[in-house]
Design a protein around this ligand. Structure first.
Ligand SMILES: Cc1cc2nc3c(=O)[nH]c(=O)nc-3n(C[C@H](O)[C@H](O)[C@H](O)COP(=O)(O)O)c2cc1C
Length: 198
């Protein structure tokens, strides 16, 4: 009760992973989050892992009379139709990965489909934090509303082991933290969506 948007439908969340690695721990976070939604551990929320690896590298020459390549249009529509966005990405050299930046750039082209989206971020990397802060900074210009708390940084290298060899989340404490992050995203999304209703 109280966890749905208009028409009692579930909140639609698009998940974007900044890593292409087969055993990506960040994708493991997204898999765990999707499972929480599908098994109703988080009620009233559905999550789709959207593939951004097929997007061409950003090039305005690919834009024709305000239209975009079909694969870009599909991606832009996914973002447009989402109620919220969930990012999980490693840091690459103290910043966001090129894969994720490319997706951010494509969806920023006019009309900017990120505008007014609530969002949350998680990251599994070694030690740095600046990738998340760079993502927040990019979000200022794109008008993405990132929740501030709870923060979700994970050192995927230091023991204890939190992911198995496939990149699946195996740490119970981390699972609880992820659940808290998703609940915070859900609450924030509902505040924004309900605030917009007439
Ligand atoms: C090109 C490259 C740059 C990286 N730079 C950083 C970095 O700046 N800070 C950090 O903590 N980890 C860095 N790492 C480590 C990754 O963040 C770490 O391996 C992470 O677990 C990869 O995420 P994934 O398992 O989802 O692929 C880097 C890895 C690569 C491949």
């Amino acid at each position: 009760m109280g966890s749905e948007v208009e028409g009692n439908r579930a909140i639609k969340v698009v998940a974007l992973c900044g890593s292409l690695q087969k055993t990506s721990k960040n994708r493991g976070i997204i898999r765990a989050a999707m499972k929480m939604c599908s098994e109703s551990i988080i009620r009233g929320m559905e999550m789709e892992d959207v593939n951004i690896s097929e997007l061409p590298m950003m090039n305005v020459d690919l834009e024709v009379n305000g239209t975009y390549p079909p694969v870009v249009e599909v991606f832009r529509n996914k973002i447009r139709e989402a109620d919220a966005v969930f990012f999980s990405t490693p840091d690459y050299n103290y910043s966001v990965t090129p894969l994720l930046k490319n997706a951010l750039d494509w969806a920023s082209r006019p009309p900017n489909v990120w505008a007014d989206k609530p969002a949350a971020m998680a990251s599994v990397q070694a030690t740095s934090r600046s990738g998340q802060y760079h993502l927040r900074q990019i979000g200022v210009f794109l008008d993405i509303h990132f929740i501030n708390k709870p923060e979700f940084f994970v050192n995927g290298v230091e023991p204890p082991q939190k992911f198995d060899e496939n990149g699946d989340l195996i740490d119970q404490q981390l699972r609880q933290r992820l659940q808290n992050l998703l609940l915070a995203l859900q609450a924030f999304t509902l505040r924004l969506v309900k605030g917009k209703s007439p």
